[in-house]
Design a protein around this ligand. Structure first.
Ligand SMILES: NC(=O)c1ccc[n+]([C@@H]2O[C@H](COP(=O)([O-])OP(=O)(O)OC[C@H]3O[C@@H](n4cnc5c(N)ncnc54)[C@H](OP(=O)(O)O)[C@@H]3O)[C@@H](O)[C@H]2O)c1
Length: 327
C-alpha cells in the first residue's frame, strides 16, 4: 500500500509518499481503507524522532483516521465490511489501510463526511477524558482551557459547554478568540496582551478555575496555580512551552488543596482506549448529527502535500484540525 514515510528524522521536507507492507488483520481487528486522516502535533514530534510509537505498533505516522471497513478479523462482532468508521490509532493513519481493534472503530455519526470525522477522535476523546474522567468537571463549574483554538481546545470548549460549565479560554490572537467564542467559550483571554490569572479571577468572581486543561506546562505552571480555585484540578496534556520548572512557589498546592494530573492517551491500555471510545460515541453521536457538537476543521490538504500540513501546524496557524485527504 501507499503511505507517508519519513526519510530521516527532521523537518517536514523529510516526508514522502512511498510503499509500505499492507497491515495484518489480527483477532478482534478490522481492516479499514482510510479516506482521511487527522494531523496532530505529536506527528511532527514523531517525524523529528522525539515521540516514538509504543513497542510493536506501526512506525507510520498518524494517530487517527476515518474510512470504510473492508475486512473483519476473527472474533469481530459489531462491524461488517462497508461500515463507515473513525477512531484513534497508536500509529499508521497516514496510509491507505490500517488494522485496528474493533472496539476503537467508532461508527461515523449520521450525516457526517469522512473528512469531518477524520479529525474528531484524538481531540474529542482527549478532551472528554481530561475534562470528565481526570478533571471531574461538574455542571456549574468554571474551566480554564489553554490553547483554546487548538484541536483539543475547540473540542474541550464544546464538551464543557454542553456539560453546563463556564468556559474561559486563552489564545494568541483576537481571530482565534473569536473562533472560540463562536464555539461557546464565555470568556476569551489574549495571553500575549493580558495577565491570564487576573482575568480568570475577574471572570469567575474571584473563584478561579475548578478545572484547568493545560498544554503549555513550565512557563504557565505558577500562573496556573494562581488561576485555580480551592480544590481545583489541573490536567496536563503537553509540554509545548517546556518541562523544567525553576523557582516555583508551591504553596498554592496545599493552601488551595490542588490536584495535578498528567496523561498521554497513546500510552493507555487498549482496554482503557476502547472504553473511552465506546463511552464517547454512545454519549455524543446524536449530538454531532443534531449539530450541537461539531468537528472544527481548519483545512483539508491532499496527502501528497503532507509537508504543507506539518508546516502549518508547527507554525501555530491552525484553528481546529488539519485533515489529510488520502488517495
Ligand atoms: N496527552 C495527551 O493525551 C494528548 C492528546 C492529544 C493532544 N495532546 C497535545 O496537546 C497539544 C494540543 O494538541 P492540538 O492538536 O489540539 O494542538 P494544535 O491544534 O497544534 O494547537 C496548539 C496551540 O498551542 C498554542 N501554543 C503553541 N505554543 C505555545 C506557547 N509557547 N505558549 C502558549 N500557547 C502556545 C498555539 O495556539 P496560540 O496561537 O493560541 O498560541 C497552537 O495553535 C499538543 O501538544 C498535543 O501533542 C496531548
Amino acid at each position: 500500500m501507499q503511505a507517508v514515510l519519513v526519510k530521516s528524522f527532521g523537518e517536514a521536507d523529510q516526508l514522502f509518499l512511498g510503499q509500505a507492507p499492507d497491515p495484518e488483520v489480527k483477532d478482534h481487528q478490522v481492516l479499514v481503507r482510510i479516506k482521511a486522516a487527522g494531523v496532530n502535533r505529536a506527528d511532527t514530534l514523531q517525524r523529528r524522532g522525539m515521540y516514538p510509537p509504543p513497542p510493536g505498533e506501526s512506525e507510520i505516522l498518524g494517530l487517527e483516521m476515518a474510512g470504510e471497513v473492508v475486512e473483519t478479523g476473527p472474533g469481530c462482532e459489531r462491524l461488517k465490511p462497508g461500515d463507515k468508521v473513525f477512531g484513534i490509532l497508536s500509529g499508521g493513519g497516514y496510509a491507505e489501510y490500517v488494522a485496528l481493534d474493533e472496539g476503537l472503530a467508532m461508527p461515523i455519526p449520521e450525516g457526517m463526511e469522512f473528512e469531518q470525522a477524520a479529525g474528531m477522535a484524538e481531540v474529542f476523546l482527549t478532551a472528554h477524558q481530561a475534562l470528565f474522567w481526570l478533571g471531574g468537571l461538574q455542571p456549574g463549574e468554571n474551566v480554564l482551557i489553554h490553547a483554546g483554538a487548538s484541536g483539543v481546545g475547540t473540542a474541550a470548549t464544546q464538551l464543557a459547554k454542553l456539560a453546563g460549565a463556564t468556559v474561559v479560554v486563552t489564545a494568541s490572537s483576537q481571530e482565534k478568540l473569536d473562533a472560540c467564542h463562536a464555539l461557546g467559550a464565555d470568556v476569551g483571554i489574549n495571553y500575549k496582551k493580558e495577565d491570564f490569572p487576573a482575568r480568570v479571577m475577574e471572570a469567575t468572581g474571584n473563584h478561579g478555575a475548578d478545572v484547568l486543561i493545560d498544554f503549555i506546562a513550565a512557563p504557565y505552571y505558577q500562573r496556573n496555580l494562581a488561576s485555580l480555585a480551592l480544590d481545583g484540578r489541573m490536567v496536563m496534556l503537553a509540554f509545548i512551552g517546556g518541562y523544567k520548572l525553576e523557582k516555583v512557589d508551591l504553596r498554592p498546592m496545599l493552601n488551595k488543596r490542588l490536584t495535578v494530573k498528567g496523561t498521554t492517551l497513546r500510552s493507555r491500555s487498549l482496554e482503557y482506549r476502547v472504553k473511552l471510545s465506546q463511552e464517547f460515541i454512545a454519549k455524543y453521536s446524536a449530538k454531532f448529527t443534531s449539530g450541537e457538537l461539531k468537528p472544527v476543521l481548519d483545512s483539508v490538504i491532499p496527502w501528497s502535500d503532507v509537508k504543507a500540513a506539518h508546516e502549518r501546524i508547527e507554525a501555530n496557524l491552525n484553528v481546529g484540525k488539519i485533515i489529510l485527504r488520502i488517495s
